[in-house]
Design a protein. Sequence first.
Length: 191
Amino acid sequence: MYKEELQEIENKCIKCFKCNLAKTRTNIVFSDGVPNNKMMLIGEAPGFYEDQKGIPFVGKAGQLLDKIFASVGFSRNDVYICNTIKCRPPENRNPLPEEKNACYEYLKAQIEILKPKIILICGNVALNTMLPEEIGITRVRGKWFDGPYNSKMMPIFHPSYLLRNDSRTKGSPKWLMWQDIQEIRKEYDKL
Ligand code: URA
């Protein structure tokens, strides 16, 4: 049931020329994982490898994300993965407001179709889209927020940030991510 509805939105993205990123993309990057009503992860934007393959989180950050999930027994079968914007910004720069605005209807549709009970907001770009009035990720990560369709949303660090901050000592970003993923697992197990 989800599949046809999502396919319709993906087809719209494939034909989308609402912003300049359409001119430079190789592929749109719509989603990975299994469409389900339990858990969705919203990342930032496709990078080089994602743009080449048309699949989110397949580069180094994606490999770390898979490890973080695996540490509590999750795999891509347990989560629907998408991004705030569907096309790669040149040189991996942050998406511009007009790019995020142009793409928002597709993210909104993905959420509306699946109505996931848990939404993981991965990094500042997703955070500023889903919780525009909140401040930075460091202040709000690990906290639950009320989301659309009665969902619970938790901001988490982006794996690219963790790649740049390798320490695992108590209180470090990696250590905090370990706390957050365990909390997410607990909440997921209640579903
Ligand atoms: N970073 C993201 O936020 N999304 C991807 O798909 C890849 C890297």
